[in-house]
Write a protein that binds this ligand. Structure first.
Ligand SMILES: [Zn+2]
Length: 118
């Protein structure tokens, strides 16, 4: 009887929770930077208003990516709960273990990821 190498669900869950916490903490720590830019120049110190606006836009973009990351983490956690973790959501094959190790939130196998990028 051949058995595929068992995925250590517990370890992955722990890792995913830690990832989630990290993203959330970063998000909280930078909340102020995403506030609307103050007209009062003294509020932005030596930064010009233009710099402040650019900085805010960058922060918002980073935050948008964080929100997406949390979504990816949550759906990976959900797949863990449902026993679907480690299988490609697109074609159902086992996701390469190296790939999962690199990024536990990855929902697809290498081939499907390549396809969706085209
Ligand atoms: Zn696939």
């Amino acid at each position: 009887m051949t058995k595929k190498p068992k995925i250590d669900n517990k370890a992955f869950k722990k890792r995913l929770m830690a990832m989630r916490k990290e993203v959330e903490e970063l998000s909280e720590a930078t909340e102020e930077a995403r506030q609307p830019v103050q007209l009062d120049q003294s509020m932005v110190g030596r930064l010009s208003r233009m710099d402040a606006l650019q900085n805010q836009a960058m922060q918002l973009e980073t935050e948008r990516r964080r929100t997406m990351e949390i979504k990816r983490i949550d759906s990976a956690l959900q797949r863990l709960e449902e026993g679907e973790f480690g299988y490609c959501v697109s074609c159902g094959v086992d996701i390469e273990s190296k790939r999962l190790e690199n990024n536990p939130t990855t929902p697809t196998c290498f081939d499907c990821a390549q396809l969706s990028e085209k």
